[in-house]
Ligand binder design. Structure first.
Ligand code: F6P
Length: 554
């Protein structure tokens, strides 16, 4: 099946059966399903190493799952999983292998790509990262005045920012207190300028993180950082203050960084899958090598589970299939991610890139137009803040919004009853979304009212319920459980891509805007005489920009 270039999943019998099943079951109420099966939680939940997935609050029955597993079989999911595991060139449009799982293999394993074991190379980079981060952390690595490094600034965007930023924040309780790690991603000068305010060039280290080392946002920030540094230090001091993480040795050298201070990775690691590689250097600097390795071990445990567990007991497969049930068969447009953990507040942004850059595609792997709905719009915000922002729409709006709630059972900061209150809020939301509130229940609450007053209030107080959610409960946010969690989402996205027939590892959709920005840039100059040859809106905006440049932008 894997090699069949014209395989149409939507032409299969099981696809039609799923549509039929959706029509037949869409009126089922989850509250009735819970009433009919008091063991529903036991039947629809799964635990692995302190990570519990409760998927019982979904509009699914045993039959739904059976059909979805059949869909996975028809799509030859097992065959594709095998290809992922062994690093086949499944990124067909870029003719690249996909092998980010190799980054978390233990040193004792072997994995050959084009006849060469990649594990020793991965381990060698990890060891270099470890040596470097230990030197920085213990103060042995000194800046140009002989002082230890106090601030690290990671300059990178997309996958070279979102992963390490999320992990560094989530693992803040493990961080060394005398080293501050900052992240600058945006080409908007505010980001770098505000970050550098108050930093001392003599005690600051910059990591230029870019897989391609061609991303303009990152390179402009790197140049600006170098200028800032050179106001205090000299070119000879750059080696102590600038290192690079990249796959592009030539460009790193051209920028003026000594290859001895470059930490490499490989083209078989996609940007959004790269936090496990040298892109994780800022994390290792913040929390130390031991914790970074535990993070990799957590991901490895999830990989093993994913590659070995049967579909019916496989967390990523279950999450993916339930997602497909809503995206494709219910035509839900979005999927919300709600981490009830302040340290995980950047998780929605991280999953946005992971999911939307991977599966936000309307053509299949071989260029064929897909006539069904694929990757959802991912959005979300940390709880409990999100409850006071957009939960109104989730409870009483007109849209179907499947949600993931992520919550640790233990907090690193046990202040009074605060964690219990947070947990209570999270669980209450999933319960309310599932149950809803019926007319009889509202009438009971409004027993003191009657007549017009009751008629007026009643509809406003009703909750239709039947809003689906998954709950991912972690024993605690540790490097290990965090590694499991992120690998879980990676594999979920992979499974969905396979079933939809998408290449989840390219991102051509981000190229066009970059191309046009290169064309528009010179036209912004007030000195530019060239007539703008865009649509009238873009022309008008360019002209307005020129007019507004009172200080002159030459
Ligand atoms: O936004 C497109 C993209 O190519 C992402 O896939 C990637 O994570 C990001 O840009 C940054 O790329 P690089 O690490 O090469 O600078």
């Amino acid at each position: 099946m894997t090699s069949n270039r014209h395989f149409d999943i939507n032409a299969t019998q099981v696809w039609a059966k799923l549509h039929q099943h959706q029509r037949a079951t869409r009126h089922l109420l989850m509250r009735d399903l819970f009433a009919a099966d008091v063991q529903r939680f036991q039947h629809f939940s799964l635990e692995l190493d302190g990570l519990l997935l409760d998927y019982s609050k979904n509009r699914i029955t045993e039959r739904t799952l059976a059909l979805l597993f059949e869909l996975a079989q028809v799509a030859d999911l097992s065959g594709w999983m095998q290809q992922l595991r062994q690093g086949s060139r499944i990124n067909v449009s870029e003719n690249r292998a996909v092998l980010h799982t190799a980054l978390r293999l233990p040193a004792s394993e072997q994995l050959c790509l084009d006849g060469r074991d990649v594990v020793p190379e991965i381990q060698a980079v990890l060891s270099r990262m470890q040596r470097f981060s230990e030197q920085i952390r213990c103060g042995e690595w000194q800046g140009f005045t002989g002082e230890p490094i106090r601030d690290v600034v990671n300059l990178g965007i997309g996958g070279s920012d979102l992963g390490p930023l999320l992990v560094k924040e989530a693992l803040a309780p493990y961080a060394q207190s005398n080293l501050n790690v900052h992240f600058v991603s945006n080409v908007d000068g505010q980001h770098l300028a505000q970050t550098l305010q108050g930093l001392n060039p003599a005690t600051t280290l910059f990591i230029i993180a870019s897989k391609s080392f061609t991303t303009p946002e990152t390179l402009l920030n790197a140049q600006a950082a170098r200028q800032w540094f050179l106001q205090a230090g000299s070119t000879a001091d750059i080696a102590q203050h600038f290192v690079a993480v990249s796959t592009n040795l030539a460009a790193v050298k051209a920028f003026g960084i000594d290859p001895a201070y470059m930490f490499g990775f490989w083209d078989w690691v996609g940007g959004r899958y790269s936090v496990w590689s040298a892109i994780g250097l800022p994390v290792m600097l913040a929390v130390g090598a031991e914790h970074f390795r535990a993070f990799l071990q957590g991901a490895y445990a999830m990989d093993q589970h994913f590659f070995r567990a049967p579909f019916a007991a496989n967390m990523p497969v279950l999450l993916a299939l339930i997602g497909i049930w809503y995206n494709t068969f219910y035509r839900a447009h979005t999927h919300a991610i709600m981490p009830y953990d302040h340290g995980l507040r950047r998780l929605p942004a991280y999953i946005q890139q992971l999911d939307m850059e991977s599966n936000g595609k309307r053509v299949g792997r071989y260029g064929e137009l897909l006539d069904f709905d694929t990757g959802p719009i991912i959005w979300g915000e940390e709880g409990a803040n999100s409850q006071h922002a957009f939960f109104q729409l989730l409870h009483q709006g007109t849209r179907l919004v499947p949600c993931d709630f992520i919550i640790p059972m233990n907090s690193h900061y046990p202040l009074g009853e605060q964690h219990q209150v947070l947990v209570a809020n999270c669980l209450a939301q999933t319960e309310a979304l599932m149950r809803g509130k019926s007319e009889a229940e509202v009438m009971q609450e409004l027993a003191a009212l009657s007549g017009e007053q009751l008629d007026m209030l009643l509809p406003h107080k009703l909750f239709p319920g039947n809003q689906p959610s998954n709950t991912l409960a972690l024993s605690k946010v540790t490097p290990y459980t965090l590694g499991m969690l992120l690998a879980l989402y990676e594999h979920k996205v992979f499974v969905q891509g396979i079933i939809w027939g998408i290449n989840s590892f390219d991102q051509w959709g981000v190229e066009y805007g970059k191309q046009l920005a290169r064309r528009i840039l010179p036209e912004l100059s007030t000195a530019s005489a060239a007539a703008c040859k865009h649509d009238s809106s873009t022309n008008g905006l360019i002209r307005f920009f020129r007019e507004q440049q009172h200080d002159g932008y030459q």
